[in-house]
Design a protein around this ligand. Structure first.
Ligand SMILES: [Zn+2]
Length: 235
């Protein structure tokens, strides 16, 4: 889907602000170019653990742009796929944590099957004041560890999957001021769209699922995730 179509469809579904995420340096530049064409789209810039093997050359200077990215990331550790060596992932993650500190920016973490090392690296580098576990996949235990470190938890369409009861427990457990929702488009389309290419318009489906498990009105969850996103990214 072309960016303009994705944005128009999102706005048509009352999804009024979007964050497009960089996962490589080239990808981050593209995200910045897209964001510069809209008043309601922001970019992040980072190197995903899958691409850690390519290093972070060229990343830092992206933040000097006139319309700079609002966050460092996605970055982190992915031991599920292990597309890059673990020690390389660790190094590239630590570099980006330091970048978030230096620039006083939000940090967007991708962590999959790597909880212990993710927390260890965060602890040794210091957790940036505004840090989010994007597409959080843990249960209440991992949620506690992230929240104790002052992090936000962002829930994706996985919260609608029958196979994710522990994640739903974490969504119930998450304090109102730490809760976010996302699509992770084009991945992880929520039920009942599962298997299709995901799109920003469907973040409302994720929000409805989170509201249902928390037993809160959808409007309330929409409002608080909006406010939390604004605070996290300083939009
Ligand atoms: Zn991710």
């Amino acid at each position: 889907m072309a960016p303009a179509d994705a944005v128009a469809e999102a706005v048509g579904s009352s999804v009024n602000r979007l964050l497009t995420v960089g996962c490589t340096v080239a990808d981050s530049i593209e995200a910045m170019e897209i964001a510069s064409g809209f008043d309601n789209v922001w970019a992040t810039a980072g190197v995903h653990p899958h691409d850690a093997k390519d290093g972070t050359d060229g990343l830092r200077q992206l933040f000097d742009a006139e319309v700079a990215p609002v966050a460092v990331g996605e970055c982190g550790l992915d031991y599920h796929y292990s597309h890059s060596e673990h020690d390389v992932q660790a190094e590239v993650f630590a570099t980006q944590i330091r970048m978030a500190h230096e620039l006083d920016l939000a940090l967007v973490i991708h962590s999959r099957s790597a909880w212990d090392d993710t927390f260890a690296i965060l602890d040794s580098e210091g957790v940036p004041e505004r840090t989010v576990f994007h597409c959080f996949t843990g249960g209440p235990g991992e949620a506690r560890k992230a929240l104790d470190r002052g992090c936000y938890l962002s829930f994706s369409g996985i919260v609608t999957f029958p196979s994710a009861p522990e994640l739903r427990e974490a969504a119930v457990f998450c304090p109102s001021d730490r809760l976010l929702v996302e699509t992770d488009s084009p991945y992880l389309a929520p039920v009942p769209h599962r298997g299709k290419s995901n799109k920003p318009a469907w973040v409302s489906v994720v929000g409805e699922a989170v509201a249902e498990v928390r037993n809160e009105p959808v409007e309330e969850v929409a409002e608080l995730t909006w406010v939390n996103g604004e605070r996290l990214y300083r939009l």
